[in-house]
Design a protein around this ligand. Structure first.
Ligand SMILES: NC(=O)c1ccc[n+]([C@@H]2O[C@H](COP(=O)([O-])OP(=O)(O)OC[C@H]3O[C@@H](n4cnc5c(N)ncnc54)[C@H](O)[C@@H]3O)[C@@H](O)[C@H]2O)c1
Length: 430
């Protein structure tokens, strides 16, 4: 069912994913995998917080035991910027050549590794490849090195996707580089690497999983687009039968484990299920796409004043990506409800099998499941709690309206007034 009805409807959807190795202990096979790829000298990209856990040191030792030299870059900026990516690229150009890249960390490290891989194998600079209109939107002409991604957070799914997200500082805009060549060759998802995530990171990154699953599940169906020519196809093709499978599975896993993983980070079963949920949701949204909550998240993160969340480096203010996405999600799904009521109610039941449907206000069912979860895991109660007020609505709306690539995936048309309503109602959620 869709509110869109094109005359020449699309009948084709696509699906792409990296090779996957999943499970406790799987990261101990990295040396074998790199040797199988023919690598002799690799760049390891990580960040200071992950380095402090000792995981990169163990990885370097294990890779060295397989006869492979590693050069480590541990200065990834948490939530990369054009400046931080340029520093990482300069480091890699100076210390290369390499024959594979390894990312060990959350989305920040994996995205940094994608940019470094792109700019050490292809000519030009970062702005050439950033999505238009912010950058020139150039496609990489040459193949990249094999990238092996080992996520240490349970969140972004970046190990599966074709995107690198970054802040362009002088334009105050969060945007991305998106091309199939950026997708990692192999994702090694070892839940043991995620056990040391601080509780605040588990909560925010977990809301990113939840929104990936919900937004791809409710995304505009692939059949609601005009038929594309082969050369017009993009990785995000709208909700489809394959992405639906991943989204459903992710939501059911989150229902069982999210609260436990935030409350008790030593619970191995919860960590395992969160890692599976992140992987599943990544495989889903990486093909279907995301919409309104992600579009709102970009200006919310970009316009931050002095909010400093628990569990993240305190040197700079930030609204972490997953938290920024979640803060307008309840109101965004109230807005999209009428595009497909059944999907919204099904999602609410997957996330909370005990939920009662209020027949007087069915559009409020999914929002109430989301706010109950957010309250339980310590997510702020709206954008007001991270420093925004009514005077910021216009700036947030203007930033959201620039994310047309994401808004186009929403299950119904989204006007400036619609976004303003969602943002205003998200100042205080409960
Ligand atoms: N490319 C994509 O498909 C995609 C999708 C969603 C989000 N993103 C991007 O990913 C970034 C967010 O990534 P994230 O949420 O995974 O977090 P992150 O990589 O930003 O890390 C958050 C914090 O957690 C710490 N940390 C990570 N793993 C840890 C561990 N196991 N133990 C202890 N500390 C740990 C880090 O040091 C950091 O301080 C944002 O820039 C976002 O825009 C990318």
């Amino acid at each position: 069912m869709s509110l869109y009805a094109p005359a020449n409807a699309e009948s084709v959807f696509t699906y792409g994913s990296p090779r996957l190795k999943f499970g406790p202990g799987s990261s101990s096979e990295l040396g074998f995998e790199l040797a199988s790829l023919g690598a002799r000298r690799v760049l390891l990209v990580t960040d200071a917080g992950v380095a402090a856990t000792g995981a990169p040191e163990r990885i370097v030792k294990q890779v060295s035991d397989a006869g492979i030299e590693t050069v480590t870059y541990a200065s990834t900026h948490v939530e990369p910027t054009d400046a931080s990516l340029s520093d990482a690229i300069a480091f890699a150009r100076d210390r290369g050549p390499f024959d594979a890249v390894v990312a060990l960390g959350g989305g920040s490290s994996i995205d940094t590794a994608k940019a470094v891989n792109l700019l050490t194998t292809n000519d030009g600079d970062l702005m050439d490849y950033i999505n238009a209109p912010v950058g020139a939107g150039r496609a990489p002409a040459k193949a990249l090195l094999p990238l092996v991604a080992l996520p240490t957070t349970t969140g972004t799914g970046s190990e599966s996707t074709t995107i690198c997200v970054l802040d362009v500082l002088d334009q105050h805009v969060k945007t991305g580089i998106s091309h199939p060549r950026l997708r990692p060759e192999l994702a090694i998802v070892d839940p043991e690497l995620t056990m040391s995530q601080p509780s605040g990171v588990t909560a925010a990154a977990g809301m990113d999983i939840l929104c990936h699953a919900l937004e791809s599940w409710t995304a505009r169906p692939y059949t609601s687009y005009e038929r594309k020519q082969p050369e017009q196809r993009v990785p995000y093709c709208g909700s489809n039968p394959v992405s639906d499978v991943w989204a459903e599975k992710a939501m059911r896993l989150l229902a069982g484990s999210f609260r436990t993983a935030v409350r008790d980070g030593d619970d191995g079963t919860a960590r395992h299920e969160m890692a599976l949920a992140a992987t599943f949701a990544g495989m889903g949204f990486g093909n279907a796409g995301v919409h309104v909550p992600h579009a709102n998240a970009y200006p919310i993160a970009g316009l931050v004043r002095d909010f400093r969340p628990d569990g993240y480096p305190s040197a700079e203010p930030m609204v972490p990506h997953g938290m920024a996405v979640s803060l307008t999600a309840p109101e965004a799904f109230r807005f999209t409800f009428d595009a497909d009521p059944q999907r919204h109610l099904d999602a609410a039941r997957m996330l909370d099998p005990t939920v009662e449907v209020d027949v007087a206000d069915p559009s409020g069912v999914l929002p109430s499941v989301l706010t109950a979860l957010m309250r339980d895991i310590g997510i702020p109660n709206g954008i007001g709690a991270v420093g925004f007020g009514p005077g910021d609505v216009d700036a947030i709306v203007s930033g959201t309206m620039k994310q047309q690539r994401l808004l186009a995936t929403a299950p119904k048309p989204v006007s400036e007034q619609d976004v303003a309503g969602i943002v205003e109602r998200s100042i205080t959620l409960w």
